[in-house]
Every structure is written in structure tokens, then in C-alpha cells.
Design a protein around this ligand. Structure first.
Ligand code: VG1
Ligand code: CO
Length: 544
């Protein structure tokens, strides 16, 4: 193998965010950019000599080229064994599973998740460690430090490897296995859910479902599992062919970006069940007729009903949610007498809890739900969990959720995103807010009074690592809550995320419209942070 050392100038902007390094395609395509990052990563991680690496991505524009670059840089750095998804495809949960299954030393997952793709879109690189979880913060910070001082990288001068044929190849001294991206994942799903019962529901012809893959990576997974193995009629999965630009769309399964699916579910002839996933297959949205399940409710419902699912029949060790996520699951945990952990935003903070067996289910308000079956959130898994529940409870999606509210109360929850073009303005807003924390308790805004205000800090119960400045929390005396934080997945400007939550026990009020139920809280959130004065924005960019 012909290996060369290339001198390079360090890039200053390779700091990974909430879930990996995300940049515009034009940035990642700069000469030496990706090579430098991968070299910095390999210098920091120092993989063992017999390491196996898993490679795959969500199929977005530049996925193919990036796989070849990573392969060539890793090979030049002594890695000899690779497991790669055919066509360079692996959904995020399938990649996590493959890393675990093959006991690989880690893997590169190429995705910017729901961010738009294409030449003018975004690209992303995530490194997951042995066990299949996202690199912890201490590691990504060390990679960032290394990336700022790097002066050279090594690369093997190899032709591009063909990625279209499944099988083992010995190639240029390397051991490369190309795997079907779906097979192992589908087997894992079969081991968790009652496929016979679900097949009876889906193939009977009476129950109709629609899964919208939004032209992203879950298409092939959903077709194989829902249509081929579970017998849903052909065409139940729509927009199933992954495209490098996701068909020009924004593959984010939420009521704003997937509005056409919500509209279909509001029609008189709506199917019984619908769902969508995101670019890399780790998010999910579940819908019934005229009904969207909010992610916090979804996590709570799954936790409350888990023992009805074969894979979780023996019960849950515990649950976890990211701090801004609604506390609906907390009520379930209290009822079950199991621990409920509150972690910073981002799936990497669940990794230690999952590895230590402290939790079985976890979730985030951003349409992410998952379990101990892998170390990433998992969109299709959540959809199958819901289908299994619908099959065994013989109830519709909205009946299941309404019964849950009647038992535990309803947590009205909404996220208001404010896109602020000037990132410095957004940072200043957060600093002002932090500066006022001490003065807020006791202050009243209309009929709401602040009880506590703080900046969330997390101590990992397994390794003791501390993560601070994870979001400003304002607790009101009536039990409702506002949380502010800045997004860590954008590639330009800044997004202020404001999370609003109010628990209502009274069943008579459970049918209220969510935005009306939290309107007073939303008004308070603008006042407290002086959002309009500081940003000159009058309305949130997105209400989710
Ligand atoms: C967002 C979500 C967070 C999620 C992250 C990655 O992060 O809020 O809950 O874990 O995206 O999800 P942020 O920092 O922009 O709020 V994915 O499906 O984009 O990999
Ligand atoms: Co995603």
C-alpha cells in the first residue's frame, strides 16, 4: 500500500456539536478538510492495531466520496478491517447495532441527520466508540484540540473501493466486508417485537398504514420490515428511495416539516396509522387519525406499556430523558418505582446509563426515542413498538394516548425555535438570562410566579464527569416550566430553543389545543428573556 504524508494547515472550526461535526457541504469539501479531521480523530482515539471500523451514512450528497476518504486515511493509519454498508448506506441505529454486533472498535456515521442535503446542504461526521455510542464530550473536545494543532495527515493512495457488492474482499492488504445495511437490523427488530401479531394486524387488509421515509435512509429498512416481513400492502411505505438531496426536502419528522403527512391524517379517508423518520433514521413521529403523538407522551406511553412487548416483558431497569423533554415519563417511572434520569440534550449522555444497565428506555423531545437494544435513538424501532402496542391492545393510537393522559395527567409541551442570524446576539441573550437567574425567584409575570431558576449542570452517575451550562431552567410555582438553550446542530447563525411545559391533571381539559394551553407560559418566556428586544424577531421561526 502506497502511503503518503501530506502537510496541512489546521482548520479552526472542527468542534463537534450535539451530535458530531456538522458543516455545509462546501466546507467539508475544501481540500484537506475531511482528511485533517479524520487524522485528528485517529491521533486522539489511538485505535488498537487489530481494530475493526464500521463505515456508513445516510446516503446524502458526498456520502460516497467521504467514505473513500475515511477508508484511505484510516488504512494509512494502520486500520486493516472494515465493515461497510452496501452503497455506503447505514442508518444511525443500524450502524450502532453493527458496531456492537461485530465488537468493532468504533465507526464513522456520515450524517447531518434532518438537515437538508445536496451540494448546497449540510454534511456531518459522527464517530461512535466501541459499544456503539456517540463519542463522549471529553473525547470530542480532545479531537477538537488535536484538530487545531495538526500539521500533517497520512493517506493511502488507493483507487475508490466498489461498494455495490455484498461480501468479503481482500483488497490492497485490507479486509473489507460489505454488508447489506438492513439484514442485521431487521433480525434485531424481529427479536424484540411480536411479528406474528403485527403481521396479523398489517396484512389483514383492514388496517391501513403509511410510513413516509421522506426520501431518506429508512426507506429500504421500512420496506423490508413493514412490507416484506410484516405484510403491509405494497405502497404502505412512501418516498422510499433514498436520494442524495432527500428530494429537496427537509427530512425531519415533526408536524412542521412533515406537514403533508399531518394533512393526510386529518382527511376523512386517513389511514389508521402513520409515521415518518428523519434523514439518518434515528427520529420518529407517530400519528393516528387526526392525531400526532408528542415525543414526550410517546416515551411515557412506551414506558407504561413496555411489558406487553416481548423484548421488554421482564420490565424496565429505569428510564431517562433529556432535561428539556416533558416530564410525562417521570410520572410513569414514579408509578413503576424505577429510576428516572435527567440528562443534557444529545444521545451521548444516555450511553453510560445504557451500558451500565441503569436504564432500558430513553428519549428526547426532538422526536427521538430508543432503548438498550442499541446506543442511538431509533426511529423505526419506535414505530414498530407502537404498531406492536396497537396490535396487542386493539386500540387506536389516540385511544392509547388519551387513556394514558387519564391515568397520569397530560403534559402539554411545545418547543418554540427562534432562528437568530447573528450568533453573537443569541449568545448575548443567553448570557443576560444567566445574569438574571438570581433575581428571578419570587418575581411574577401575570398569574405566574417564578419558584426556581438555574442553569442545568449534569454529573454523570457512572464516570462522574460534569457537564455544565446545559440550559436555563425556570420553574413556576404552578409546576409549569420554561427551558432555554442554544442548538448545537446548526451550520450557520444560531437557534434559540425555548421549551414550554405545563402539567394538567384534570381530564376535562385534556382535549385542549396545546398552544392555547401554554400561551401564558409562552408570553412569559418572551418577557423573561427579552427575546423581541434583543433579536428584533416578533414570532418564533418554528412552533413544534
Ligand atoms: C438536536 C435536538 C437533540 C438531538 C440532536 C441530534 O440538537 O434538540 O435532542 O439529540 O439534535 O439529533 P440541538 O443541539 O440542535 O438542539 V439528530 O436526529 O439531528 O442526530
Ligand atoms: Co437524526
Amino acid at each position: 500500500m502506497n502511503v503518503v504524508t501530506v502537510a496541512c494547515t489546521a482548520f479552526a472550526d472542527q468542534r463537534p456539536g450535539t451530535a458530531g461535526l456538522r458543516k455545509r457541504v462546501a466546507v467539508v469539501r475544501q481540500p484537506h478538510y475531511l482528511e485533517t479531521f479524520v487524522q485528528a480523530l485517529l491521533d486522539t482515539v489511538a485505535l488498537p492495531h487489530d481494530a475493526t471500523l464500521v463505515l456508513g451514512g445516510d446516503g446524502r450528497y458526498f456520502n460516497d466520496e467521504a467514505i473513500q476518504v475515511i477508508l484511505h486515511v484510516a488504512a494509512a493509519n494502520g486500520v486493516e478491517r472494515f465493515v461497510i454498508g452496501r452503497h455506503g448506506w447505514l442508518s444511525t441505529p443500524a450502524a450502532s447495532h453493527l458496531i456492537r454486533l461485530r465488537d468493532a472498535a468504533g465507526g464513522f456515521i456520515l450524517t447531518a441527520s434532518h438537515n437538508p442535503g445536496g451540494p448546497d446542504g449540510d454534511f456531518g461526521i459522527k464517530f461512535n466508540v466501541r459499544g456503539g455510542g456517540q463519542a463522549p464530550e471529553a473525547l470530542t473536545e480532545a479531537i477538537y484540540r488535536r484538530s487545531r494543532e495538526i500539521t500533517q495527515y497520512r493517506i493511502a493512495l488507493l483507487p475508490a473501493l466498489a461498494l455495490d457488492r455484498v461480501g468479503i474482499q481482500r483488497w490492497e492488504g485490507l479486509h473489507v466486508e460489505i454488508v447489506d445495511p438492513v439484514t442485521d437490523y431487521a433480525a434485531l427488530m424481529e427479536s424484540l417485537f411480536d411479528f406474528d401479531r403485527m403481521r396479523a394486524l398489517l396484512s389483514g387488509g383492514r388496517f391501513r398504514m403509511r410510513f413516509d421515509a421522506l426520501h431518506a435512509i429508512t426507506g429500504p429498512y421500512a420496506q423490508e420490515i413493514l412490507e416484506h416481513r410484516l405484510g403491509a400492502p405494497a405502497g404502505s411505505v412512501v418516498n422510499a428511495a433514498p436520494r442524495p438531496d432527500f428530494g429537496g426536502g427537509h427530512p425531519d419528522p415533526n408536524p412542521v416539516d412533515a406537514a403533508p403527512l399531518v394533512a393526510i391524517m386529518s382527511r376523512a379517508d386517513a389511514p389508521d396509522f402513520a409515521a415518518a423518520s428523519d434523514g439518518d433514521g434515528d427520529r420518529n413521529m407517530v400519528l393516528g387519525r387526526g392525531f400526532v403523538v408528542s415525543p414526550g407522551d410517546s416515551l411515557a406511553v412506551l414506558a407504561a406499556n413496555a411489558t406487553q412487548i416481548p423484548g421488554y416483558a421482564s420490565g424496565l431497569a429505569g428510564v431517562a430523558r433529556s432535561m428539556p423533554t416533558s416530564r410525562a415519563v417521570d410520572h410513569v417511572a414514579a408509578h413503576l418505582g424505577i429510576p428516572c434520569y435527567e440528562t443534557p440534550t444529545g444521545w451521548r449522555y444516555f450511553f453510560n446509563l445504557l451500558e451500565a444497565g441503569r436504564i432500558t428506555l430513553c428519549g428526547e423531545e426532538s422526536f427521538g426515542t430508543g432503548s438498550s437494544h442499541v446506543r442511538e435513538k431509533d426511529g423505526l424501532w419506535a414505530v414498530l413498538f407502537w404498531l406492536n402496542l396497537v396490535a396487542c391492545r386493539a386500540q387506536s393510537v389516540d385511544e392509547i394516548v388519551r387513556a394514558h393522559w387519564a391515568a397520569y395527567g397530560r403534559d402539554f409541551f411545545s418547543r418554540h425555535d427562534w432562528y437568530i442570524e447573528d450568533a453573537e446576539v443569541a449568545a448575548a441573550l443567553m448570557e443576560c438570562l444567566r445574569g438574571e437567574l438570581g433575581t428571578l425567584p419570587g418575581r411574577s409575570f401575570g398569574r405566574l410566579t417564578v419558584e426556581r431558576a438555574d442553569d442545568f449542570s449534569y454529573t454523570d452517575p457512572i464516570d462522574g464527569s460534569v457537564t455544565s451550562r446545559q440550559g436555563v431552567r425556570i420553574a413556576l410555582t404552578d409546576g409549569s416550566r420554561v427551558v432555554y438553550r442554544l442548538s448545537g446542530t446548526g451550520t450557520g447563525g444560531a437557534t434559540l430553543r425555548v421549551y414550554l411545559e405545563r402539567h394538567v391533571a384534570d381530564t376535562a381539559q385534556h382535549g385542549s389545543d396545546c398552544q392555547s394551553a401554554i400561551a401564558t407560559l409562552a408570553a412569559l418566556s418572551r418577557d423573561v428573556a427579552a427575546i423581541e428586544q434583543m433579536t428584533r424577531l416578533r414570532q418564533p421561526t418554528a412552533v413544534i
